[in-house]
Design a protein around this ligand. Structure first.
Ligand SMILES: Cc1ncc(COP(=O)(O)O)c(C=O)c1O
Length: 489
């Protein structure tokens, strides 16, 4: 008899076959001692990784070709062999997003306590799509959403969803706006969407996916600080209304990716009220700075928006994988995403809102634990201190880089600044400098282009970035600048 021979039907024969299969199947359930050994090795690996972070490069170019040789076999491999591959081919290549020397894009670091939350969530494997399946986990996620409503000035009647990131959260918000204003094939070409050239590209994706690329789109000019010019917005809204179009959606940003600029949210909210347009705020990067009383005034008006997005995997320093959308009118959110099916009938009739009624996802892991655990373990003050420190570090860098002879972008609203060295061909020079900085790798910066000008960005948001890392970054910039200047001359 072979394992695959299904012609023998007697239970006696099946028992023998099942016993053989079970023996192999049980390989997926390590024994207590095997679990301990694996956990120990994993924690040792993590400890070694975190201990080395203060001296680890922010960026390392590596092709990771050795991974191609790793075959997927019928039989398992030893854990330490796999950990070696992880260390050599994954965790030491490209941008070191756990390191405090990561100052490109939007860094965050990735809290270790959040990683522990992920481990706990995955091991218990709660099904957090619906309340009745995991009432405790859903209550925790809903509490996280309510806490975010509190810090952004949304009412307790608002609701939202913990998503995989800002892009998914934006998609949820844009589709909800579409539903609220009943945009369909009959009126989409009269609907108008307003945003600046600094709106994050995930919003363009969201507009496309929701069919709103067929709507009229107005790119509103900005002032010298890259904030939406609300006079230009007012003109555009008035003109569109006069022309029989339907102002539908205004997208403001509270912390743009390029420069960290915060649009004048209160003035935008006034105009949205006047024209009955949905006001969406992308606060994926900037949102958590609302925790700081001192700069809360810059965010005035965020509480008047209809929907907003924040990324705990940015401003709360969580590992990648958590964004949040908040929608002021929870009924519209539910109308957009709540659907029923006969095989789901046991899940209905509970008072608590289920995550699957607020997003596209049904089966869902316990995403909220990675946020809830660090928030409770460390307390809010630890987050506030980190955020305030990052604002000050960015200002420090901004001033110091000027002293090195660099031109900078506007004084930072938050924790991002731009710098470029003035030269005969500034774009080519700064691209060469960026290349040198990447090859150096001690710290990592990214770059952008605004109005055709190449800028290097310094984004300070990793909870592991402190004064020491900023000073190292400045030294690295200065050394590479001198070298390139010599090469060019
Ligand atoms: C302002 C802003 N909005 C949206 C996003 C997209 O978020 P995510 O990368 O989490 O999808 C980003 C990402 O950096 C961002 O900076």
């Amino acid at each position: 008899m072979t394992l695959n021979d299904n012609t023998m039907k007697s239970n006696e024969d099946l028992t023998v076959q099942l016993a053989a299969l079970e023996k192999i199947a049980l390989q997926l359930e390590p024994s207590a001692s095997q679990r301990q050994a694996i956990a120990q090795q994993a924690f040792d690996y993590i400890d070694e990784f975190i201990t080395a972070l203060p001296d680890a490069p922010g960026y390392k170019e590596k092709s990771c070709d050795a991974l191609k040789a790793l075959t997927i076999d019928d039989h398992g491999k030893p854990f330490d062999e796999l950990l070696h591959i992880l260390r050599d081919e994954v965790d030491q290549s490209g941008i070191n997003s756990a390191a405090g020397t990561h100052m490109g894009y939007i860094p965050a670091g990735g809290l270790w306590t959040s990683a522990v939350g992920d481990m706990l969530a995955a091991a218990a494997n709660r099904y957090v799509g619906i309340f009745y399946s995991s009432p405790g986990a859903v209550r925790i996620e809903n509490q996280m959403i309510q806490w975010l409503c509190t810090i952004t000035g949304y009412p307790a009647t608002a609701h939202g969803n913990l998503s995989s990131g800002g892009s998914m959260a934006s998609l949820i918000a844009i589709q909800t706006a579409r539903e609220a204003h009943q945009i369909d094939s009959t009126n989409v070409r009269q609907a108008v969407v307003y945003f600046t050239a600094q709106a994050h590209h995930c919003l363009h994706k969201a507009l496309h996916i929701t069919g709103l690329h067929e709507a009229q789109q107005r790119i509103i000019p900005m002032n010298a600080r890259y904030q939406m010019d609300t006079r230009a917005l007012a003109d555009a809204l008035r003109q569109d209304k006069d022309n029989g179009l339907m102002p539908f959606l205004v997208i403001g940003t509270a912390g743009t990716t390029d420069t960290g600029a915060i649009d004048p949210l209160d003035a935008i909210a006034d105009l949205c009220e006047q024209y009955n347009a949905w006001f969406h705020v992308d606060a994926a990067y900037g949102g958590f700075f609302t925790l700081l009383g001192d700069i809360a005034v810059k965010f005035k008006g965020i509480e008047r928006s209809d929907s907003l997005v924040m990324d705990p995997h940015k401003g709360m320093f969580l590992p990648y994988g958590t964004g949040v959308v908040l929608v002021k009118d929870a009924h519209t959110l539910l109308r957009t995403y709540s659907h029923q099916a006969s095989y789901m009938q046991d899940a209905y009739g509970f008072d608590e809102i289920s995550p699957s009624d607020c997003s596209l996802e049904l089966s869902r892991h316990f995403r909220g634990l990675r946020m809830w655990l660090p928030l409770h373990l460390h307390g809010v003050n630890a987050f506030k201190a980190n955020l305030e420190e990052k604002l000050l570090l960015c200002r420090y860098f901004h001033e110091a880089v000027k002293e090195l002879g660099f031109e900078t972008g506007p004084d930072p609203d938050l924790s991002i600044t731009l710098f470029r060295y003035p030269s005969k061909d500034s774009n080519a020079f700064n691209q060469q400098l960026l290349k040198a900085l990447h090859a150096d790798g001690r710290c990592f910066f990214s770059s952008t282009q605004i109005n055709g000008q190449v800028w290097i960005r310094c984004a300070v948001l990793s909870f592991r970035t402190h004064l020491k890392e900023i000073q190292l970054a400045l030294r690295m910039v200065e050394e590479n600048l001198e070298r390139i200047k010599e090469e060019v001359s």
